[in-house]
Design a binder for this molecule. Structure first.
Ligand code: HEC
Length: 131
């Protein structure tokens, strides 16, 4: 009997300690609860995308999360959450540079004159991971 109540007290103390750690607003107390912002990528709690080029230039027409866009009107362009399953980074880069060259009746603007080659490469590789 005595032994059992000790176990219960031990248990409560543990729970209290855990509760305390996770309610730290910064999460800096008692070791990191997350591995860092990278670990958040793709999680429901994470940012809408992990790529600054995409966030700045493409989210007006595209989303990269499955399901409905979080607020706002429906996007003009297709959801790109699975674009990497169909297309490689090279194809995506060509499309972004000059959509009309890939799809004659494309309604998407070209980005060859707006983005640097590095930006196009980075956003294309980012999208190619979406599968
Ligand atoms: C003004 C709206 C608009 C913007 C801004 C825009 N897109 Fe698009 N995008 C479209 C539309 C519409 C389509 C559908 C096909 C078409 O008309 O070209 C499309 C298609 C695509 C496709 C082809 C998808 C497929 O599977 O065929 C890719 C890849 C793409 N967009 C990437 C991007 C990226 C990357 C950016 C930002 C650099 C961007 N788009 C910005 C409107 C837009």
């Amino acid at each position: 009997m005595l032994r059992a109540s000790f176990a219960i007290i031990g248990c409560c103390a543990l729970l209290a300690a855990n509760g305390c750690g996770s309610s730290e607003p910064t999460g800096s107390g008692g070791g990191p609860p997350f591995a860092g912002p990278d670990a958040m990528k793709g999680s429901m709690m994470g940012p809408p995308s992990g790529n600054a080029v995409f966030d700045k230039n493409c989210t007006g027409c595209h989303q990269v999360m499955t399901g409905a866009a979080p607020g706002g009107p429906p996007r003009k362009g297709p959801n790109l959450a699975k674009v990497g399953a169909e297309h490689k980074a090279d194809w995506i880069a060509d499309y972004v540079k000059n959509p009309a060259k890939v799809k004659a009746d494309s309604k998407m603007p070209e980005f060859a004159s707006k983005l640097s080659a590095d930006d196009i490469k980075s956003v294309s590789e980012f999208l190619a991971e979406k599968k």
